[in-house]
Structure formats: structure tokens, C-alpha cells
Design a protein around this ligand. Structure first.
Ligand code: SF4
Length: 413
């Protein structure tokens, strides 16, 4: 197939507001009031039902006449009252999006409470927040700032985990943390608003994904110790456990023992994939792609190119340095066209990408899977996560010939 030069036209992210809606609509008792135009409402209702909590979103009718006619704030207040007339609603997040007038909605004109519900404004305009992962960060930081009980006495041996993870990873993480002496763990984004209140009392915070910059900054400013990294792959698993132990001042011997044990278990799993080889391109838009690349590199695979929707951040800098040193070309704020160009240039054996990139790769007979459905829907942490992800990748690399034959079959003579 002829190679061509692409022009960067399609930045890759879902609508940023979706990231916030995902966090907010999963909170028990929450009913979102979306202040947006009809087009946004249609799209966001659709994706929220697929990828968030399958809850309805309520919105004031905002046509040109309301937006330009000065009645918008009254319409929003009336909608809040209507939502609050249901006594089971305990939290009304008011989400404003891209339309300039809705983005600038004055918070002081909104009530703090309505009926049984607390009300909070979360601004998520895409012209300011570029991607849906970063909108999750803005939302979490907003909730912690508003509801976190930072003045209450601290729980010195309690840890906040920031970042959505697969349920099995949450269980594995909880069990390891218990073994090193962590007394309680609060996972954010949480399904209960009280967890945001409580999170502010923890002794330290482990930020599992690199895009939670605003959240980390807020907690750091309030005196909490921040642990970066995540237990993905052998080396990072041992290191992460030690960092948590240090941040919470836990028993050093115990922490070292558990760290070595978990590191050895993960290394044992990674070693089982010694014979697997191939070039893999990782090009998701979830913001947590680089640890996956790190795991693949640790298993001896070649990752010539990786891309993500988020910006380069200090929390992801360690991975950036390591991956660059090992030869991976990394693109932040990537465009679909950059990913396509990389597929043509590197001709990989497997693509773990967005749906659009996957179609592009499959047309060329290259096995390709959707990052979000395959990586985010599997364990990734500790030995079990390494085994699951590497097992899947090894299986797909073995199917290259099947994809080649399929392409041949469908290619007209
Ligand atoms: S206009 Fe903004 S809020 Fe609406 S769908 Fe597009 S990116 Fe999302």
C-alpha cells in the first residue's frame, strides 16, 4: 500500500465533559444538571449511558432565546429545584460545557443546597480542558476542594488512591496495602460523596494515573504526601510498594519484604513471556498508556511508538524518561494522523489503539484491538495484571498470519 503524508486534523479524545460526567454520575444519589446546548446534551447522554452510570442527565432547555435572552440562570435554578423535588437526590452537580455563556455561568447565583441535595458547579469547557481524562482530574479536584474535610484530624496510616482501576486491581492493591500496614484505603473517583470528605484526612495519596495533576497539586498544597507511579510490571511494583511505605512511615522491614515478594512474583510472570517477540504500537486516549508500554518493554517486546491524548506531565515524567531511553517515540496530545503515520512507518505486528486507528491497521492486515475495551477492562497491576495483559498480547501476536490471510482474501485481484 502506498505511503502518504498526513495532515493533523483529528485530535483524539471523547468530549472532555464526558470524563466529568463519568465521575459525577457514578456518585450515589447524584443527578447531573447539564448546562449545555442541545447538541452536547444529545451526545453526552448517549456516551454517558454507554460508559458511565447509565443514569439520566437533566438539562434546562437552552435554545438561542434563553442563552442570549438573559433567562439562562433562572432556567438553571428552576431545573435544580425540579431535580431537588425528588427526595432521593442528595447531590446535584451542575456541569457547564463549551457554549461561552454556559461556561461563564456565575457560581454565586446558584444555591449551595436544594431540597436534600448539595449543589456544586463543575465547569468543563473543551476549549480549556482538552481531553476526557483531564476533565476527570478537574472534576475530582473540584469535589475534593469543595467537600474534603482538610481541617479534621488526619488518619496517618490511611491512603487515598487516585485513578479509576479495574475491580480486580482494586482488590489486589487493597490486599497488598493491608499486608504492609496501611489501615484504610479510599479510592477516588468514588461512588460515595462522603469518600471525598474522608479522603482529605488521609496520610498520603497515591496518584495512579499521570493526568491527575490538579488533584495532586491540591492535596500537596494541603500537606499530603504524593506517591507517583503504579504497580505495573516487576520493577515498578516493588518501587511503588516502597514509596507508599515511606510516605506513610510504615514498618520498613515489612514493607521491604512485601515489595521484594511482589516484585519477584511479577518478574516470574514477565519471564514466562521471554520467547514472545514483535513490535507493538500503543495509541490510546485514556491517559494511562505509558505504564502499559513499560510492561511490554519489560517483557522484551519492541514498542517503537506510543501516543496519548493528554499533555506531558510531571507525574508521568519517570515513564517518559524511561521509555524514551528504551527507544519509544512518544506523542502527547496526539492526532489520529500521527498514529496512522506511525503505523505506516513502523509496520508493527500489533496495534493497541483507538477504533479509527484499528480500522486503519486492519486494512493493512495488522492485528489491532481497541485500547479502552481491552486494556482498561482487564487487570494490569501486580503479577496477575502483568500475566493477563502479556497473555493477551502474546495471543494476538500469534494471530498475525490470520490477519494477513484475511486481508489477502478480501483484496480484489
Ligand atoms: S461542544 Fe464541547 S461540550 Fe459540546 S459535545 Fe462538543 S466538546 Fe463536548
Amino acid at each position: 500500500m502506498e505511503k502518504k503524508t498526513y495532515h493533523n486534523l483529528h485530535p483524539q479524545s471523547m468530549c472532555p465533559a464526558f470524563g466529568g460526567l463519568r465521575v459525577l454520575s457514578r456518585i450515589e444519589g447524584a443527578r447531573v444538571c447539564l448546562v449545555a446546548d442541545q447538541g452536547c446534551l444529545y451526545g453526552l447522554t448517549f456516551v454517558s449511558h454507554f460508559y458511565a452510570a447509565r443514569r439520566s442527565i437533566v438539562s434546562p432547555e437552552l435554545m438561542n432565546v434563553q442563552i442570549s435572552g438573559g433567562t439562562m440562570i433562572d432556567d438553571v435554578r428552576a431545573t435544580i429545584d425540579e431535580i431537588a423535588s425528588d427526595p432521593s437526590v442528595t447531590f446535584i452537580p451542575v456541569v457547564s460545557t463549551c457554549v461561552a455563556e454556559t461556561a461563564g455561568i456565575p457560581e454565586e447565583l446558584l444555591p449551595e443546597r436544594a431540597g436534600n441535595a448539595r449543589v456544586a458547579l463543575v465547569r468543563l469547557p473543551a476549549f480549556q480542558i482538552k481531553t476526557h481524562p483531564e476533565a476527570k482530574d478537574v472534576t475530582v479536584a473540584n469535589l475534593l476542594k469543595r467537600f474534603g474535610d482538610f481541617d479534621a484530624p488526619k488518619h496517618r496510616k490511611s491512603l487515598v488512591l487516585i485513578g479509576e482501576i479495574f475491580p480486580v486491581d482494586a482488590m489486589a492493591t487493597g490486599s497488598v496495602l493491608q499486608r504492609i500496614g496501611v489501615e484504610s484505603v479510599i479510592s477516588i473517583p468514588a461512588g460515595d460523596l462522603d469518600d471525598y470528605v474522608e479522603a482529605a484526612r488521609a496520610g498520603a495519596c497515591a496518584v495512579l494515573h499521570p493526568f491527575y495533576e490538579k488533584t495532586a497539586e491540591l492535596l500537596r498544597e494541603r500537606g499530603m504526601r504524593i506517591v507517583s507511579g503504579n504497580p505495573v510490571g516487576a520493577g515498578a511494583t516493588g518501587e511503588w510498594i516502597k514509596r507508599v511505605g515511606e510516605a506513610l512511615d510504615l514498618d520498613r522491614t515489612r514493607v521491604r519484604e512485601v515489595a521484594e515478594e511482589e516484585k519477584a512474583r511479577a518478574a516470574g510472570v514477565v519471564a514466562k513471556f521471554d520467547g514472545v517477540s514483535g513490535a507493538v504500537i500503543v495509541a490510546g486516549y485514556e491517559g494511562n498508556e505509558l505504564p502499559v508500554v513499560r510492561l511490554l518493554l519489560e517483557a522484551g517486546l519492541d514498542v517503537p511508538y506510543a501516543s496519548t491524548s493528554i499533555a506531558r506531565t510531571p507525574l508521568g515524567e519517570e515513564d517518559h524518561q524511561l521509555l524514551s531511553m528504551l527507544g519509544t517515540e512518544i506523542r502527547y496530545r496526539k492526532y489520529l494522523e500521527e498514529d496512522m503515520q506511525a503505523v505506516e512507518e513502523y509496520e508493527p505486528d500489533l496495534v493497541i489503539g483507538t477504533t479509527s486507528l484499528d480500522s486503519f491497521a486492519k486494512e493493512r492486515g495488522i492485528p489491532a484491538i481497541y485500547y479502552t475495551n481491552n486494556i482498561s477492562a482487564r487487570p494490569l497491576f501486580f503479577a496477575a495484571g502483568a500475566g493477563t495483559v502479556l497473555g493477551m498480547v502474546a495471543g494476538l501476536l500469534g494471530r498475525k498470519e490470520a490477519f494477513r490471510k484475511m486481508k489477502e482474501y478480501f483484496t480484489l485481484p
